[in-house]
Design a protein around this ligand. Structure first.
Ligand SMILES: Nc1ncnc2c1ncn2[C@@H]1O[C@H](COP(=O)(O)OP(=O)(O)OP(=O)(O)O)[C@@H](O)[C@H]1O
Length: 366
């Protein structure tokens, strides 16, 4: 593996406010490889923004080291710090454009701050706007642009001084679904064509799913889990990651189906969507002499890798104790063959278990 472009080594950030201290980031260590899209997800207040701001020292760590391209930058000041910041672009949720000057002037400011000579700036502004698909908008004012267009301008501005790293703080959270998809496509293109490493923080799991190569999950200032986006969400180990994945991948059995169901045990299975899964179900059904009915299913992609979720009802084909034992054994067998296994409830002959309602309600309110 190449040497990391970003290395956070035991980084902590403690804020002091009046007599109170807030441990916003606690002993975080992570590496970002050159050319990858690395994501940080977590609920509000988890410490994501604070962590990402340590990368260009907008927030100075109170403990640990920040290493960029092999150089410990934690203590940089003055000119060297300005040079570092030039090599790291930043995109914000709220675009942060200057409202009373044109789009072109917004970019020109960044170029000027980066020391680009006047005669180069006009052509470079044009080039950057073309790159983000806004070649015709140099003379427009930010307020006349849509949210997506304003975010494109702020991406162009962040790229003005040819950074090697682009930090994005909730860069799509203010945008609708379609515009988000356009911005993600633009970022993927910038990553691929310009080789720029992207660190993107979000609480939107659809963004994580579509954009990130690897992801770190934060809670209470700590990284609780990290790995490829597929592994982290297909096989979460921490309770919070499981809850995040469940909100996102969990499926609900349509309520109108429930009264029709025969008695049996209702199970949610998560599996690698690229593995041949149907034979597993039929093997288990045959081997244990039970019936496995598929009630509902979805496939979600992480990059090109699919994760499947199925809700199945497993019912006995023999009466009494033997049937119940066969179902127990079939479920043990199934659980050993899948990434995730969760019993929703037993559906008894005289009614629907409470748990199904609870699960449905959670999914409706999530
Ligand atoms: N400048 C500051 N002074 C004091 N406390 C702060 C400061 N900045 C952040 N915090 C606190 O640090 C914790 C982490 O905040 P941070 O903004 O990094 O979380 P986050 O995961 O990015 O959440 P959000 O998505 O809501 O911004 C929070 O408790 C927050 O109130």
């Amino acid at each position: 593996m190449a040497a990391p472009i970003i290395e956070l080594d035991d980084v902590s950030v403690t804020f002091r406010e009046g007599g109170r201290t807030v441990d916003a980031v606690r002993h975080v260590s992570l590496n970002v490889q050159p050319g990858e899209i690395f994501g940080i997800v977590g609920f509000s207040g988890a410490g994501k923004s604070t962590l990402v701001r340590t990368v260009n020292l907008l927030e100075r760590p109170t403990g640990g080291r920040v290493v960029i391209d092999g150089q410990d930058v934690t203590q940089l000041r003055g000119r060297q710090l300005r040079e570092l910041r030039k090599s790291i672009g930043f995109v914000f949720q709220g675009f942060n454009l200057i409202g009373n000057v044109t789009v072109g002037a917004n970019i020109d400011f960044a170029l000027r701050a980066g020391g680009v000579p006047k005669e180069r700036r006009r052509a470079r502004t044009r080039e950057l706007l073309d790159l983000v698909g806004l070649g015709q908008k140099a003379d427009s004012y930010p307020s006349s642009l849509s949210g997506g267009q304003q975010q494109r301008v702020s991406i162009a501005r962040a790229l003005a001084n040819e950074p090697r790293i682009l930090l994005c703080d909730e860069a799509t959270s203010a945008l609708d679904v379609e515009t988000t998809e356009e911005i993600l496509a633009l970022l993927r293109r910038i990553n691929r064509e310009l080789g720029i490493t992207i660190v993107f923080i979000t609480h939107q799991l659809e963004v994580a799913q579509r954009l990130f190569d690897r992801v770190a999950v934060m809670e209470h200032g700590e990284v609780i889990e990290q790995g490829t986006t597929f592994d982290v969400f297909a096989e979460p180990t921490h309770e919070t990651t499981k809850a995040l994945a469940e909100r996102f991948l969990g499926v609900a059995v349509p309520r109108q189906l429930l009264p029709e169901l025969p008695a049996g045990r209702l199970i949610e299975l998560r599996y690698r969507g690229d593995a041949a899964f149907e034979p597993i179900i039929s093997t288990v059904a045959q081997h244990h002499a039970v019936a496995v009915n598929v009630l509902h299913g979805t496939i979600e992609y992480f990059g090109t890798r699919p994760v499947g979720t199925l809700v199945v009802l497993v019912t006995a084909t023999q009466p009494g104790q033997d049937g119940a034992r066969a179902v127990d054994e079939a479920l043990d067998d199934l659980a050993g063959r899948v990434l995730g296994f969760r019993e929703l409830t037993s559906r008894t002959a005289d009614g629907i278990g409470l748990e199904v309602d609870e699960v449905l309600e959670q999914e409706v309110t999530a």
